[in-house]
Write a protein of this length. Structure first.
Length: 565
């Protein structure tokens, strides 16, 4: 379902429903009045904006109520995990402005305890080793309306299951030969209760524990127990884990008592138009080089958004606007862009960059003369200061800012028409020069020397104002204009191969002319407003050669009017 993502109504005291539940638990004195949340990513890919929503909830609620938040890597599948991903996850969390301090944990920290718990459950008749194939196990689980069938190994003697479990971990059996299953209820209405798998055999070395383990715990078994071992009080996750919650509680009761027990609460995922949130699909795009990497500015990854020019403040504002609910929704990417514009409008330095240049010659301006004009860095920020820009006889202006036969209400430059050059003089067009193909090569105009700031005619009004760059001092740069990654609003809902839905025009690269001061002010990830064009940020590819800028968002904001209603 697609919903209009206008700001959600504020719940009691400005708290979302998860925070209300936390507040109630604290007031009731549960877990000794203690709050400890956790963010538990699997290190098998880079974080995306959906994870940002979870991070903001996990760390933000801990901050709001004076609690703590752990970072725990769910490293229970060595076949897909890598230190590269773990390092990237830590960078992204810090970039968003959060810190786990000394509370960095790994599920692998608890492998010994989890293994001992599994042994105990076997001894108590609550778990058994099953030698069926995955296909046989799946077939025996039944359907939501039809009970499952017992495994032929469900009644296996405790000593035999325990011996086989030890031998599984000793590496005596190939992957897929056996699993350890919890003995719960094959007739349960909840499919997750139908003797879920607790351990499977994996022979790949683990990036932290090496060759020590040959059996690895499943998420449903490891997650709640890891929460318990760490003292987590609130395990906040997304709605797909709602049917897993009873199993979470069943497993954790093997350890917990009335004095302390973790609690799982679920909220809706962040889904975004014109993109996909599946880590598997995002990894596919990277591996097949359909994008330039995890940090490609078209990707919904946090490193991609960062490279494109989105700020942590913009992402937090977007998450605040869409809110936390119990209903899945598809959020409009335009609202994310709106949050970016609002933030960058307050912080980005205004600069002059001409993206489609045509030469303007001021025929009555002295040849060889250069003067400087002063431009405000950001009119929204009185403390931002000013910078100087050279002015000369020959200037670059946007080709679209001139028309020989303009329509009505075209307030830019026309034959015989007047405009003001931003921060400088009023000019009047006197003629043009066409090339052999009919395209305009040069525009001619005369400037009014009395219209510069401080001159008698400085207050004279004209309807149009154009940005410009002086030809002799202009610096050539590269801009990368990004558009939607996919050509359809909800690619995940479409049939067929999602890669066929990629937008072929999602990246356009062109050379532009920029003012020289900008070339001296460059730093990776610094933000600018190219006047009358859009917001851009400096790309890390920038070096001592040609500067490179990534388009964050344009100036047009389709959501502004909606949000004011």
């Amino acid at each position: 379902m697609t919903e209009t993502t206008t700001p959600a109504a504020a719940p009691e005291e400005g708290l979302n429903f998860v925070e209300q539940e936390i507040k109630a638990d604290l007031e009731a004195g549960k877990n000794g009045g203690r709050l400890n949340t956790r963010f538990p990513p699997e290190p098998n890919g880079y974080l995306h904006i959906g994870h940002a929503k979870a991070i903001i909830m996990d760390f933000g609620s801990a901050e709001k109520f004076g609690g703590t938040c752990n970072l725990r890597f769910d490293d229970t599948n060595p076949q897909k995990e890598d230190t590269e991903y773990a390092d990237a996850i830590k960078r992204d969390i810090h970039w968003l402005g959060y810190d786990w301090e000394d509370r960095l944990y790994y599920a692998s920290d608890y492998f010994e305890k989890l293994y001992e718990l599994a042994e105990r459950m076997i001894r108590e008749g609550k778990a058994y080793v099953d030698e069926q194939t995955s296909e046989q196990i799946a077939a025996q689980k039944g359907t939501p309306t039809q009970p499952g069938q017992h495994s032929p190994f469900r009644g296996r003697p405790v000593e035999e299951s325990l011996d086989l479990f030890h031998r599984m971990n000793a590496g005596e059996f190939p992957e897929g030969a056996m699993v350890l299953r919890a003995k719960i209820d094959m007739a349960s209405d909840n499919m997750h209760f139908r003797d879920p798998i607790m351990y499977r055999i994996i022979h790949a070395p683990h990036w932290r524990t090496g060759e020590k383990w040959k059996v690895y715990p499943m998420y449903d078994f490891a997650h709640g127990q890891s929460d318990y071992f760490e003292g987590v009080t609130h395990s906040i996750c997304t709605l797909e884990f709602v049917p897993h919650r009873p199993l979470y509680e069943w497993f954790v009761k093997e350890l917990a008592d009335e004095s302390y027990c973790p609690r799982q609460i679920e909220f809706n995922r962040l889904n975004l138009t014109y993109t996909v949130m599946s880590k598997r699909k995002l990894k596919q795009l990277v591996d097949e080089k359909l994008v330039s990497g995890w940090d490609d500015p078209r990707m919904p990854t946090l490193c991609g958004l960062r490279r494109r020019g989105y700020t942590p403040e913009a992402i937090k504002d977007f998450v605040r606007r869409i809110g936390y609910t119990k209903y899945e929704a598809l959020n409009h990417i335009e609202l994310l862009e709106h949050s970016a514009r609002e933030n960058l409008n307050k912080t980005a330095t205004r600069v002059s960059v001409v993206v489609n240049p045509v030469k303007l010659i001021l025929t009555n301006y002295p040849e060889g003369k250069t003067e400087t004009v002063e431009l405000t860095n950001n009119p929204e920020d009185p403390q931002s200061g000013t910078h100087e820009m050279p002015f000369s006889r020959e200037l670059w202006i946007e080709r679209e800012d001139f028309m020989e036969n303009p329509p009505k209400k075209f307030f830019r430059l026309t034959p015989g028409g007047e405009v003001r050059l931003k921060g400088a003089y009023i000019i009047k067009c006197t003629g043009v020069k066409h090339g052999p193909d009919g395209e305009i090569e040069e525009i001619y105009a005369e400037y009014d020397p009395d219209t510069l700031s401080g001159m008698p005619g400085a207050t004279r009004k004209v309807k149009g104002t154009l940005h410009w760059v002086s030809v002799p001092t202009a610096v050539e740069a590269t801009v990368r204009d990004y558009d939607r990654l996919f050509s359809v609003e909800n690619p995940s809902a479409e049939e067929g191969d999602f890669r066929d839905l990629l937008n072929p025009d999602s990246l356009k690269t062109r050379r532009v002319m920029m003012e020289p001061w900008l070339a001296q002010d460059l730093a990776p990830e610094k933000h600018y407003q190219f006047q009358r064009i859009g917001y851009y940020t400096v790309d890390p590819d920038t070096d001592e050669g040609r500067p490179v800028f990534n388009r964050t968002v344009g100036l047009k904001d389709p959501f502004a009017k909606i949000l004011k209603q």
